[in-house]
Write a protein that binds this ligand. Sequence first.
Ligand code: NOJ
Length: 564
Amino acid sequence: MTEKWWMSAVGYQIYIKSFFDANGDGIGDLKGIEEKLDYLHDLGVNLIWITPFYDSPMDDNGYDVRDYFKVAKEYGTIEDFKSMLKKAKSLGIHVILDFVLNHTSDEHTWFIESRKSKDNPYRDFYIWQKPRYENGIRKEPTNWGSFFGGSAWKYDENTDEYYMKIFSDKMPDLNWKNPKVIDAMIEVGKWWLDLGIDGFRIDAVSHLDRAEFVDSTHSKDIVLDWNKFSNLPKVHEYLKILNERLFKPYHAYTIGEVGGAASIEEAIKYASFDSNELSMVFNFDHNWCNNIHDIDDLKDLKVNVKALKDVFFRWQNTFKRIGWLPLNWLNHDQPRVVSHYGSLEYHKESAKMLANLLYLKRGTPFIYQGEEIGMTNYPFTKFKEFNDISTINQHKDKFNDPNVDELKLAKKIGMTSRDNPRTMMQWSNKPYAGFSKVKPWFLVNPNYESINVESQINDPNSILNYYRQLINLRRQSIYKDLIIFGDYEIIDYENEKVFTYKRSNENQILLSINSFSKETEYFDMTNYEIVNFVIHNYNDILIENNKIILRPFEALAIEVKEKK
Ligand code: NOJ
């Protein structure tokens, strides 16, 4: 294995719109990021991924790009970007940007041209198909559904054809079979790499190819069938071209979003050390190991700890010699982890436990903004509070039903909505959580008065300082090599409440012990001798009869020796 800088980096994801508003218009911006770089540096972060800030009509908060070479006016100017990048570099922080390859906005000039006529030079930049007719009624070319609800096709009167769009109507899918699309995207990539960025998080990368246009057999109606546009063979062909012509010459670091559809076998194709495609991939298998889809109230939440162990074991074990993984609990599309896997009753303990569980594993951490202070899901009560196009499209019909109990439905959808991670970053207990001086573009979680950076930054017992300590362990402690490169083994596989794993190398052994329980649990130390207490979310340790007594959500890491 050749060691790369990103293996020992600690990443942080910035959802720019909600991070920090420097110019007082209620929208986060590039200057806001620049102002907060010292905070990130102090936390120990040395890699940031910034979500799209390109010119966009903002149908999907910037993932619908109108012009890849322009900064959206809401977010600032290209000069702001350069200045932010310069400061990041001076602090030793690497910067990667979101590269949106699967689609553009319908307001991108390529699409404006493409829809004009069938013989327009840009026609084949997108995926067009003729309608089908059944009993004289016009129908979509196939019954494929979109991720955001409804059909994956949109009819365009102008040329009497449908274009494909697996996300929103305003996000037409690019046709990667057309070599001109590949050339155009390489130009985009070069332009940003030439400015000095370190690489890309690649959006929706597994969807760049489409199956043959025949109906999904999963249903007679419109149905979301991932197989029709996920992980198809040509995706790897396209990525090898991008790697050869773009990533490799620039030594760019790349992390692809491959979603839940990619099995480990698929992930290996994308991101093993010799795949010649991507540096690593985000997967989301560990994000849904609870009963969230079956309950109406968070009080009934149960985490399936064994399922979580199983997922982590499979990924960590498979990748141990052949590739590298990110370590992430969430991103801007997932519920807040402390609400999802932790406990609001044991907020502080569980937020620290979840960090202790994840960030002592092998891989590159990607902390999502606000996770480091234990930000929670938003307490949604009404339909009109939701903003995310995917949440709205998928659930509007249910809310329109006059018999629906709006509060109950809002609470249910609120448990998984992509709007949760998008509320404003909670910097202080000042108005609007210190995010902005004016009313922000979207909600501020009312708990900002107690959960915020300012109240945690100087408190040695805060969640924020637990993150700082964990990062410090990874970046500059005597355990650094062990944590980054050591072997990984789960040692209490059958335990449904406590997740303990061992990291080891020739010189050291570290146990990370993490309780998901509100009751007292135990960890048996018979086989171990304690060498050093490394990190702990309670202030003292209780040991009785060779067992560590674990209080609710207790988590610790200890250096041990194994007894012969
Ligand atoms: C994945 C992104 O994470 C998500 O926010 C976006 O809506 C889709 N890709 C489409 O770009």
